[in-house]
Ligand binder design. Sequence first.
Ligand SMILES: [Zn+2]
Length: 129
Amino acid sequence: MTAGGLEPVDPWQRLDPRRARAQVIRAGFGGRSAGGCPVGALQRPRQIFRFLNWTLQIDMESDRPPRMHRYRCLGESEDGTPCGAEGVESSDFATAQKWTAEHLRVEQDHRSYEHVVRTPWLMVPAEEP
Ligand SMILES: [Zn+2]
């Protein structure tokens, strides 16, 4: 305690860890479902905060950034060195896929690839704070 009886308060320490663990982030594919993860939204730096329910979901808004596709080679050279070559990243799935055929023409033993996708997601509050 300080002389005046006031100490700085960290509101994050007031979050009940059992409650936070009990909540599950629900990932949706378009529906704005209820439930989610409670997050203390600070309104003032001292003590006032409230719990909001948030849902993490794929961004389906019309102005979202495009989903991006890329392929990466999982092939290896004869000495076991991973290739790791990557195609061009594209919002067009077919364009991204074409690179695998081009790479196979150059490296005919490289037949394993992974598809790398970047997808925009949103945290959506159950109600606006
Ligand atoms: Zn390769």
